[in-house]
Design a protein around this ligand. Structure first.
Ligand SMILES: [Zn+2]
Length: 336
């Protein structure tokens, strides 16, 4: 299946479709609603919940969206196309394209663990796997999800008992709803800043089960937990707040110095990406003949896969590389 790599995104020239391109184009697959996967394309193929989020978040016109239900199939110019849940955030999708008896699975951002706010991931078989490898180094092994949840709840409850305001910094779409679900399922009182509140409503409208959110007003009510994006920490509301404890939720919590870098009291390794064992498990499930890695530790993870007997290559091995399948694929020099 002919695949072309433009700077930072893949495209299928025969289909005239780009995958998560950063620049606006005539026809794109948008895997999910995060800003680094979206641009104002003429036509967007996406999952039904992502379509709703794109409309709410970026005011995308309805007639620009080509919506596909999970595992339904459409055929465009002989390409059979299906979407599968990627488990990253609400609506996040992987796309499987089959053409001339050959199949490609492009993951977008994905996670292998279940969560409260993303659909459970489904990994179909494909001949070619183009996968993200954000946490593609062996030391990225996240603790069990239940343990992370317990630690988050303990942090929040202890803060409230001491008369402090627990503040969780999380990007407004994805992690913010996940920590909101964790806290509200434990019946803890939570207020949301405006952008988190709006995205939480958008996620609820897609059918995800979350309690009715409360919007943060001009003052933080005593005895309440706040969820807000990281830049909220720079507002006078937070700066003038004496009794507070702050936390950030990120897979980068496992990186040395992360706590200092993010300037928070605590970091929880709650990620919406797959960890290293999750990435390996994904390769096993998809059982591809050829693997391309993109985002994060692409070369390191491809090297690891080759050591395990796979035909795996970083997509960034060479600029402007034309990929025409295994036989014609140039082999890259390591470390480039
Ligand atoms: Zn994302």
């Amino acid at each position: 299946m002919p695949l072309t790599f433009h700077p930072r995104s893949l495209s299928l020239p025969k289909l005239g479709m780009q995958l998560d391109p950063h620049r606006a184009c005539p026809f794109a697959f948008v895997s999910h609603g995060h800003a680094d996967h979206f641009a104002r394309h003429d036509k967007i193929l996406c999952s039904v919940p992502t379509g709703h989020i794109l409309r709410r978040r970026y005011s995308v016109a309805k007639d620009r969206l080509l919506l596909l239900d999970w595992e339904d199939q459409i055929t465009i110019d002989g390409h059979h196309i299906q979407l599968f849940p990627a488990g990253h955030i609400t609506g996040s999708a992987m796309i499987r394209i089959e053409h001339d008896g050959e199949s490609l699975l492009y993951t977008g951002d994905f996670k292998t663990r279940d969560s409260f706010t993303a659909e459970s991931p489904v990994f179909p078989q494909a001949d070619i796997l183009a996968m993200e490898t954000t946490f593609g180094l062996p030391h990225f092994i996240f603790p069990p999800t239940e343990k992370i949840h317990t630690n988050i709840l303990t942090f929040a409850k202890e803060g409230l008992e001491l008369g402090e305001t627990p503040i969780f910094y999380a990007y407004s779409l994805g992690k913010a709803q996940e920590v909101y679900a964790i806290l509200t399922r434990a019946k803890l009182p939570v207020v949301l800043n405006k952008s988190v509140y709006e995205m939480t409503q958008a996620v609820r409208e897609t059918g995800i089960n979350l309690t009715e959110p409360k919007l943060l007003g001009e003052a933080i009510p005593p005895g309440t937990i706040v969820i807000a994006p990281p830049n909220f920490g720079k507002t006078p509301l937070v700066k003038n707040l004496k009794a507070k404890r702050t936390a950030m939720l990120s897979g980068w919590a496992l990186t040395k110095g992360a706590q200092y870098r993010y300037r928070v009291d605590t970091l929880f390794p709650l990620s919406d990406h797959a960890d290293f064992p999750g990435l390996l498990k994904t390769v096993e499930k998809v059982s591809p003949k050829l693997i391309y890695t993109l985002h994060g530790s692409t070369r390191e993870f491809a090297t690891e896969l080759r050591a395990r007997g796979h035909d795996a290559w970083s997509i960034y091995g060479n600029d402007q590389l034309e990929l025409f399948g295994k036989e014609e694929l140039p082999k890259f020099t390591e470390g480039r």
